[in-house]
Design a protein around this ligand. Structure first.
Ligand code: UT7
Length: 387
């Protein structure tokens, strides 16, 4: 009897599960159909639950700096060795040129130069900087570039470490550093984004090589002042294959049938269209979340500063959040996609060109491999740069 009762119980449980799975499958199918009708490919889910946050972190952005390789590579020059054209690249991406590191040039030196400029403009004493974070996926030294940067900037009392979160890296690093300021562990920090994508792209693959460039940007932040008004961050490893630069090892026989796998050639994997859809759908949401967190609306924002991946992504985001495109900072035309460097590079450009003025509210958003995404809202408290 008991066995029968258990069997019935068991079956009814199975039935419930079967019904709910069917319902879920049907819902997913309808969603996919809607996406197809809208001309989109099924995006990777980015519906991770939001982390609980404080509305404001006790951390103010004081200043910024940038450093790029001198050597520029135009679309026309790329079209000499890859089957592409200036017209295709500029129309599809908004990119016209990018900077490329030359042999012997160091991305860590550019990171240090950007950080030094931010430090000089901040008025902070290098010896009092408690923390240096470098966001990068392509360091000069695989063990990390941050200690090198701290050393070059004379931040002899700072703890320094790298953060890897691809194109979201700078914002993740900014929020991480701000948390240390919020808790009072440190009073000031340097946050750097630096990437040398030209070293890692396949220069024969027209789907990817046309997009990227090299550079570094940095900000100096300190405890107190206006504060980091709001933020939101997320990631979803289920979408990792949409954009990845996976390790690829070559077998090296060692001894007694044992071997190691040592670094071999790498190739970036990117489903461009999927990443595009991911960005165009996720960035509006994460911006809204960060603004909610800051108790602000899009009307309170003076400038939207997004990761500079593709001008069409920025246009799609602008349309979705109902903000005119001229409120977006755009400088990918001369830099390409510089991954973790792109937000601080664009900030430096916007401050230098006089667009961003003291007191302006900026809403920044990064997105990319991981998949990962993040947004942060802050008031620009820096002085106009004199260069
Ligand atoms: O930090 C995040 C990094 N990644 C991204 O942000 C990527 C986001 N995605 C994008 O920016 C766009 O998807 C791309 C710019 C990568 C591609 O633009 P698209 O409008 O999505 O083009 P597509 O991949 O759908 O390709 C359209 C056509 C294809 O030819 P067919 O199959 O229609 O004959 C491609 O082979 O364009 C071709 N194509 C090119 N043609 C000339 C792809 N790349 C090139 C190229 N030059 N460089």
């Amino acid at each position: 009897m008991n066995d029968y009762a258990i069997a019935v119980q068991h079956k009814s449980l199975q039935l419930v599960i079967a019904v709910s799975v069917t319902a879920m499958r049907r819902a997913r199918w309808i969603l996919a159909l809607l996406q197809l009708t809208a001309g989109l490919r099924a995006p990777v889910s980015t519906k991770a639950p939001r982390t609980l946050q404080h509305a404001t972190l006790d951390s103010t952005v004081l200043s910024c700096g940038a450093s790029r390789p001198k050597t520029a590579l135009s679309n026309t020059e790329i079209s000499e060795f890859v089957d592409t054209s200036d017209e295709w690249i500029s129309q599809r991406t908004g990119i016209r040129s990018r900077r490329v590191l030359q042999p012997g040039e160091s991305i860590a030196d550019h990171a240090a130069s950007a950080a030094q400029k931010a430090l000089d403009r901040s008025g902070l004493d290098p010896a009092e900087v408690g923390l240096v974070i470098v966001a990068t996926s392509t360091p000069e030294d695989l063990f990390g570039d941050a200690a090198n940067v701290a050393d070059q900037c004379g931040c002899k009392n700072a703890v320094a470490f790298d953060v890897t979160a691809a194109c979201s890296g700078f914002l993740f690093a900014l929020v991480t550093a701000s948390q240390f300021l919020e808790t009072g562990t440190y009073q000031s920090a340097l946050v750097v984004g630096a990437d040398a994508m030209s070293r890692w792209v396949d220069w024969g693959d027209r789907n990817t090589c046309i997009l990227f460039g090299d550079g570094a940007g940095a900000v100096a932040i300190k405890k107190g002042g206006a504060g980091l008004l709001g933020f939101s961050m997320g990631s979803n490893g289920a979408g990792r294959e949409k954009l990845a630069l996976p390790y690829n090892g070559n077998r090296l026989p060692l001894i007694g049938g044992k071997s190691a796998t040592v670094v071999g050639p790498r190739a970036m994997l990117m489903e461009g269209r999927s990443v595009y859809v991911f960005a165009a759908t996720t960035v509006p949401r994460v911006l809204r979340e960060a603004l909610e967190d800051a108790h602000l609306t899009t009307d309170d924002v003076d400038w939207f500063l997004l990761h500079q991946a593709n001008e069409r992504i920025l246009e799609a985001v602008a349309e979705r959040i109902g903000v005119p495109k001229d409120k977006f900072i755009i400088n990918m035309d001369e830099n390409g996609n510089t991954s973790a460097a792109s937000i601080p590079l664009a900030l430096d450009f916007a401050v230098k060109s006089g667009k961003v003025k003291k007191g302006d509210v900026l809403a920044c958003a990064g997105f990319g491999a991981g998949l990962s995404w993040g947004a942060a809202v802050f008031r620009w408290e820096g002085e106009l740069l004199s260069e």
